[in-house]
Ligand binder design. Structure first.
Ligand code: ATP
Length: 199
């Protein structure tokens, strides 16, 4: 799997529709300070479902929408479309190409689409879980992240290793199964009480 392209419109400083295409291998984005390089990594995080405004270097979610300049009015919507090459079947979808779209409006409404079909944020998270590319993944190493990992507590470092090893989904499934088991135990207790009362 590799990132084929990213298209931004109304996202942060990208007022006009802007498409960046990437080939396999290493790509480098260069530009002067403040030209929008980090905004591109923010866009990748955002389209993959990032919910933390702090991680996106803003103070509210609306900050991802182009906020206007002296000459240009603010826009009402931000949209990012990420296209991934999935010809190796790395993502569990039967498509050679997978597109993810996220839109958000100033009203606070928004939507996600996988290959143009509307979906939930949960579907995006599940699609990328344990691939190392989701919002909890380590495909984006921001400034200061290396120091943070080195000085992290042992448990936090363990969760990084677990995510990288791809076992988070099994941990989540175990948690879900334990919760269902507990619900079932409670239902059984209720049934036992009723049987006791009737006997
Ligand atoms: P550096 O090399 O200094 O790290 P950079 O190329 O990574 O810079 P970014 O941080 O991506 O630059 O871009 C910052 C620019 O994006 C600033 O000029 C800022 O005003 C602009 N910007 C951020 N959010 C918005 C927004 N919502 N609307 C318009 N412009 C925005």
């Amino acid at each position: 799997m590799h990132l084929k392209s990213i298209e931004l419109q109304g996202f942060k400083s990208f007022i006009h529709k802007t498409k960046l295409e990437f080939g396999p291998g290493v790509s480098v984005i260069v530009g002067p300070n403040g030209s929008g390089k980090s905004n591109i990594t923010d866009a990748i995080r955002w389209v993959l479902g990032e919910q933390s405004v702090k991680t996106l270097r803003g103070s509210k979610m609306e900050d991802v929408i182009f906020s206007g300049t002296k000459k240009r009015k603010p826009l009402g919507m931000a949209e990012v479309c990420l296209v991934l090459d999935n010809s190796d079947g790395f993502l569990p979808l039967e498509f050679n190409e997978v597109s993810i779209i996220r839109r958000t409006y100033r009203s606070g409404e928004g939507e996600y689409l996988i290959n143009n079909a509307p979906c939930r944020l949960k579907d995006i998270h599940q699609l990328f879980q344990d691939t190392g590319m989701g919002t909890d993944g380590f495909s984006i190493i921001s400034q200061g992240k290396v120091d943070e990992i080195l000085s992290a507590k042992a448990e936090d470092r363990r969760s990084i290793i677990e995510e990288t090893a791809g076992i988070v989904k099994y941990r989540n499934r175990k948690k879900e199964a334990a919760r269902k088991l507990q619900d079932t135990e409670q239902s059984l207790d209720r049934i036992r009480d009723i049987i006791y009362e009737l006997a």
